[in-house]
Design a protein around this ligand. Structure first.
Ligand SMILES: *Cc1c(COP(=O)(O)O)cnc(C)c1O
Length: 338
C-alpha cells in the first residue's frame, strides 16, 4: 500500500482492507462476517433498489495521543439505526451485533486510523438494506447489514471557521409527519437538488424551514441547527428533525458550561436575536454559521461579521473534540476505547 498522505484526505472514499456484513434470513441475523470485497451481490428486484428500504449511520473513530483508538457513542448510532429500520419496516439490527461489527471493522482496518496529530479520523459507515426480490410494494423478507470504514481528513483544513447558509423556501427536506426523524437515504436524495444549488451559489448548506407553515427553523441538510443567546443554547424541536447525536452531546456540554438549554420551535425572525449560530453533526462536530440568507425575503441574518466563530461555538467544539480524541475525561461513557 502506498503511504497515505493524512493531510490531504478529504471527506471521500478511500478503499480499506475489510468490511463486516451480516444477513437476515428466516427471521434471524447471521454472525457478522469479514469481507475483503467492496461489492455486494444484489438481486435486481431487491426492495432497497426500488422502494428505498435503506438506512445508514455515520460515526467516527479517533486515535488519541496515547495511540489508542476511541469510537464515539456507537450505542446511540445502533439505537438510531433500529429506529430508522422501524420507520421503513426493515428488520432491526441488534445493538450488540452492531457494536461487535463496528469494533471489528475498526480493528481490522487499524492501519487506516489516522495519527493523532493529523486531525483526521476514521469514518464508520453502517448501512442496512432490504435485499429480497420484491416487485409488489411490501417490506422485504431478507436484509443485509454492512459496515465499512474510510479515513477522512479534518473538516476544517484552514482552521475552525464560519460559512454562510441559505434558506430556499421552494424546497422541503422532509414532511412534517414523514421520514425526517430517521436516517434514510431517501431524505438525502430529496435534498440533493436544493443542496447542489446552495453549493453552486457559495453556501455550505441549506437551512430548511418547517414544511407546513414555513415559519420555523427545522434543520440544515445533513446537520442540526442551534443558536446561542443570553448564555442559552437553543435548538429546534419539530417532528421532522433527525435526532443528532452530536447535538445531544453538545447539549450536555453546554449544560456543563453553565448554559441554559432550550429545545423548542424557533421562529425565523428569532435568527435576528442570536449572538452565534451553528450546524452540528458527526462530520464537523460544529460548523459555525457566518450568516443565513433568506433569499425569497431578501433578508440576511449575520452572526459573524469578521468570519470568526463565536466564543461559545469555539468552546463547545474544542470540548467535544477533546473527549473524542481522549484529551479530556469521558465523564458520560461516550467513548469505547479499543
Ligand atoms: C446524520 C444527520 C445529522 C447529524 O447527526 P449526528 O448523529 O450528529 O451525526 C443531522 N441531520 C440529518 C438530517 C442527518 O441525517
Amino acid at each position: 500500500m502506498d503511504a497515505i498522505n493524512w493531510s490531504e484526505l478529504t471527506f471521500g472514499y478511500l478503499k480499506t482492507d475489510y468490511n463486516v456484513r451480516s444477513h437476515y434470513r428466516d427471521g434471524k441475523w447471521s454472525d457478522p462476517e469479514i469481507s475483503d470485497s467492496e461489492f455486494l451481490n444484489l438481486h435486481i428486484a431487491s426492495s432497497c433498489l426500488h422502494y428505498g428500504q435503506e438506512a445508514f449511520e455515520g460515526l467516527k473513530a479517533f486515535r488519541g495521543k496515547d495511540g489508542k483508538i476511541r469510537i464515539f457513542r456507537m450505542r446511540d448510532n445502533a439505537l438510531r439505526m433500529q429506529a430508522s429500520a422501524r420507520g421503513v419496516m426493515m428488520a432491526e439490527f441488534p445493538v450488540e451485533l452492531f457494536e461487535k461489527a463496528v469494533v471489528e471493522a475498526v480493528k481490522r482496518n487499524e492501519r487506516f486510523v489516522p495519527p493523532y496529530e493529523s486531525g483526521a479520523s476514521l469514518y464508520v459507515r453502517p448501512l442496512l438494506i432490504g435485499t429480497s426480490a420484491q416487485v409488489g410494494v411490501k417490506p422485504a423478507r431478507e436484509y443485509t447489514f454492512v459496515v465499512f470504514v474510510t479515513p477522512v481528513g479534518p473538516y476544517f483544513k484552514e482552521g475552525f471557521k464560519t460559512t454562510p447558509v441559505v434558506i430556499y423556501r421552494e424546497y422541503d427536506r422532509a414532511a412534517p409527519l414523514g421520514t425526517g426523524t430517521i436516517k434514510v437515504g431517501g431524505n438525502y436524495a430529496a435534498s440533493l437538488v436544493a443542496g447542489e444549488k446552495a453549493h453552486e451559489n457559495g453556501y455550505s448548506a441549506v437551512l430548511y424551514l418547517d414544511a407546513r407553515e414555513k415559519k420555523y427553523i427545522d434543520e440544515c441538510g445533513p446537520a442540526n441547527f442551534f443558536g446561542i443567546k443570553n448564555n442559552t443554547y437553543i435548538t429546534p424541536q419539530s417532528t421532522s428533525i433527525l435526532p443528532s447525536i452530536t447535538n445531544k452531546s453538545l447539549i450536555q456540554l453546554a449544560e456543563d458550561e453553565g448554559l441554559s438549554v432550550e429545545r423548542r420551535s424557533i421562529p425565523i425572525e428569532e435568527l435576528g436575536t442570536f449572538e452565534e449560530a451553528g450546524m452540528c453533526g458527526t462530520a464537523a462536530v460544529i460548523s459555525p454559521i457566518q450568516r443565513v440568507d433568506d433569499v425569497a425575503e431578501n433578508k440576511s441574518y449575520v452572526f459573524s461579521a469578521d468570519g470568526k466563530p463565536g466564543v461559545i461555538c469555539e468552546k463547545l467544539y474544542q470540548k467535544l473534540r477533546a473527549i473524542q480524541y481522549g484529551d479530556a475525561p469521558d465523564n458520560y461513557g461516550w467513548v469505547t476505547v479499543l
